[in-house]
Write a protein that binds this ligand. Sequence first.
Ligand code: TYD
Ligand code: MG
Length: 464
Amino acid sequence: MAKVKSKWVCQNCGYETASYLGKCPDCGRFSTFVEEIIQEKSEVKSKNSSMNIGSTETFSYTKINEVKVDTSIRITSGMEEFDRVLGGGFVEGSLCLLAGDPGIGKSTLILQTAKNIASQNKKILYICAEESTSQVKLRAERLNANSENIYVTQQNCLEEIIKQIENLKPEFLVVDSIQSVFSAQILSSTGSVSQIRECTNILMRIAKQFNVTTVIIGHVTKEGNIAGPKVLEHMVDCVLNFEGEKYKTTRILRGIKNRFGAVSEVGVFNMEDIGLVEIKNPSELFLSDRENLTTSGSTVIATLEGTRCLLLEVQALTGSTPYPNPRRVARGIEYDRLLQILAVLEKRVGLNLSKSDVYINVIGGIDIVEPAADLGVALAVLTSARDTVINKDTVCLGEIGLNGEIRSVDNLEARLKEAYKLGFIRAVVPKINNKTIKERILKIGIQIFEVSKISDAIKIAILN
Ligand code: TYD
Ligand code: MG
């Protein structure tokens, strides 16, 4: 008997090697390698050809200026927050990956979307690969999604799923979840990188061939022993991350990749008894606990998430440490960014925190990735350390350079407009060099204090 050949595949990033490795040289994770059987190429080919997917016998090429592209046919999800992240709805025939931690609400979001699409008289096929149809039915009852246009089937085998698609010809397809689907042509186990990759590949072709708009749900796991959706990102048209804190009801839908629209847009939802409820003005929600709050270590910043501006509260807590090495905890901002800000505060302002723990928390569970929040973080730390407060009607914006200089931020006008709309009357901002922008900002009505150094910002923010 011929020897079965195998390879070792990192279940996090898909890196392949001939032998077991403890640490993946590509993504750096430990214990993620799983042995998978190498399939004979001819075997896969013959099986594939029998499926008749994407097998075009005739060659066809078109001049690029004659190619007709129609990304204008969009299917609305029925939720403004969702549509914005998609860039105006699902593009017909596209394949979208919805990724998130287990239990975050992916199935709920998609079932609500299915309900809205069904009400537009479109046929939906919901593949329940990990739950039973009765479980999905119970959820549908809760969400009031008992539509006659939604067809459910409990199926894990990709070849069977394809037959059902061919038979039903749905306009919208949901695969919940991709980790539970397997192709009979792949020898490795369900949920392995090879299975997920191949199933997604085939679903992508099916989406284009039958012009069925497809959403595949993928779990993100921290351990990496089940393949993460990371390996799929480059294949699909659109990647959406559904995020939220375990014990909070706020959920954030974030566009990571979008072939048909802008990325980094966010949609905000609240998980309630009746499903996910859109939050049209998240800043109000995130700042609501702040009313009448006058404790030290709290500032408000305005961050841009795609086209929308969000006002968020940054909290800091400092105190003498009982540990030999003081603790630095950053939730909502990058850890390295916090260390840099603390270093600048020590060197340029003389704030010594070498014997203090520093905790930072951005309220609302949003991760701020842009440096425009630096000034807000620095002032939160400083007010906590000195036990003073910043006027609660002030918003602070600016990137802090290593020399303690305050650098400009993008789209200051939009940020200040949003802040003013929410009742902030003062803003500490970097120097505005562009005359026309300055004129426009002055017209907003918010009082601006331009600063060029961290020490100036401290004087102004704390005295005013
Ligand atoms: P679910 O959509 O099953 O999560 P996922 O598919 O990402 O694993 O949702 C799981 C949680 O959502 C579950 O703990 C219950 C809660 N939930 C609500 O709070 N309200 C609802 O209307 C529904 C359907 C679920
Ligand atoms: Mg689910």
